[in-house]
Design a protein around this ligand. Structure first.
Ligand code: NAP
Ligand code: GLV
Length: 334
């Protein structure tokens, strides 16, 4: 069987696949696969390992005659047409859990950096603007004891709540359902979204990007936030209406933002975000530690190996495909 990989993988990760499959890989580490290479790569592939930069839509799937699994090297799978994969009996997997703590660390780093103006302060020092200790020089916002609103209390949201509890923060959350365990552990209190936005000093978003969550935070929602508040987004750019956010930051109807994700990635050269001094911008590095990125890639490779050799996936997004395949391959198993 043949596996196509859309980016050069570390040798130890490639080694999960090479003993069992013919593996072809886009040769670059830092350049996304071209559309034409992706289309020809999947033509005869049984398995695909792909990064979040590589859109997997019907036009890719239509040319993939033998494809049985799309293994995503990310927990977010908004850039894969899961419905179209399911229709074709193709399993989709992602990498939940292994990146939770690293991404929560980064969300908290952004929260602290925006609140305490850390990049701005370092820039000032390097530009020789630090002339004397002054009473109100580069003053920011207190994080300890402030109110944090977590939007999306899933794996990463919960990990951020635990960090916030360590900073003696009051925690509010909005999610699809209540989470009694995290309420008990951190004192988090459920609030409808509008109330959370009104009451929070910091709002941190941890939702997946879906049709329901696209632009969930728009002009109206931003207008509910305090003028002293900070918005942190490490989920997906389109969950926030970026034009409305720029406007709010320019007019200082919110105080600052910390962003790791954008409506268009990489962030366009002409983005107005680049010229604002009250936003901290990172290049989608939420999970970017050596250990975590290696685990994510290994998990994707293991999903492909297990599915192609044994019909099992470790972390399926559409488990109905696995059940269907099992029923076809072993009709009398149950
Ligand atoms: P998760 O465990 O699935 O958490 C998402 C939470 O959002 C769940 O509690 C979910 O509720 C809730 N939710 C979903 N749709 C909602 C809606 N319409 N309204 C209210 N709540 C809703 O996912 P995770 O592992 O924490 O990851 C969250 C997202 O972070 C990923 O999807 C990905 O896009 C992003 N991410 C970014 C980076 C980065 O590098 N910046 C790294 C990792 C992840 P249910 O439990 O009911 O589904
Ligand atoms: C990264 O953005 C992920 O979804 O894992």
């Amino acid at each position: 069987m043949r596996v196509y990989v859309t980016r050069k993988l570390p040798d130890e990760v490639a080694g999960i696949l090479t003993p069992f499959f013919e593996v072809e890989s886009w040769p670059h580490e830092d350049v996304p696969v071209s559309r034409s290479a992706l289309l020809s790569g999947v033509e005869t592939a049984d398995g695909l390992v792909r990064l979040l930069t590589d859109r997997i839509d019907r036009s890719v799937l239509d040319g993939a005659r033998r494809l049985k699994i799309v293994a995503n090297v990310a927990v977010g799978f908004d850039n894969v047409d899961v419905g179209a994969c399911t229709e074709r009996g193709i399993a989709v997997t992602n990498t939940p859990g292994v990146l939770t703590e690293s991404t929560a660390d980064l969300a908290f780093a952004l929260l602290l950096a925006a609140a305490r103006r850390i990049p701005e302060a370092q820039d000032a020092l390097k530009r020789f603007e630090w002339k004397a200790w002054s009473l109100m020089f580069l003053t920011g916002r207190d994080v300890h004891s402030a109110t944090l609103g977590i939007v999306g209390m899933g794996r990463i949201g919960r990990a951020v709540a635990r960090r916030a509890a360590g900073f003696s923060m009051r925690i509010l959350y909005y999610s699809r359902r209540r989470d009694a365990e995290i309420e008990g552990e951190t004192g988090a209190v459920f609030r409808p979204l509008d109330e959370l936005l009104r009451e929070s000093d910091f709002v941190s978003i941890h939702l997946p990007l879906t049709e329901e969550t696209r632009h969930l935070i728009g002009e109206r929602e931003l207008s509910l936030m305090k003028p002293t508040s900070v918005l942190v987004n490490t989920s997906r750019g389109p969950v926030v209406d970026e034009a409305a956010l720029c406007h709010a930051l320019e007019r200082r109807t919110i105080w600052a933002a910390g962003l790791d994700v954008y409506e268009e990635e990489p962030l366009p050269a002409q983005s107005p975000l680049r010229s604002l001094d009250n936003v901290v911008l990172l290049p989608h590095i939420g999970s970017a530690t050596v250990t975590t990125r290696t685990r994510m890639a290994s998990m994707a490779a293991e999903n492909v190996r297990e599915f192609l050799l044994r019909g099992k996936a470790l972390t399926p997004v559409n488990p109905e495909v696995l059940a269907l395949r099992r029923a076809i391959e072993q009709p009398n198993a149950d």
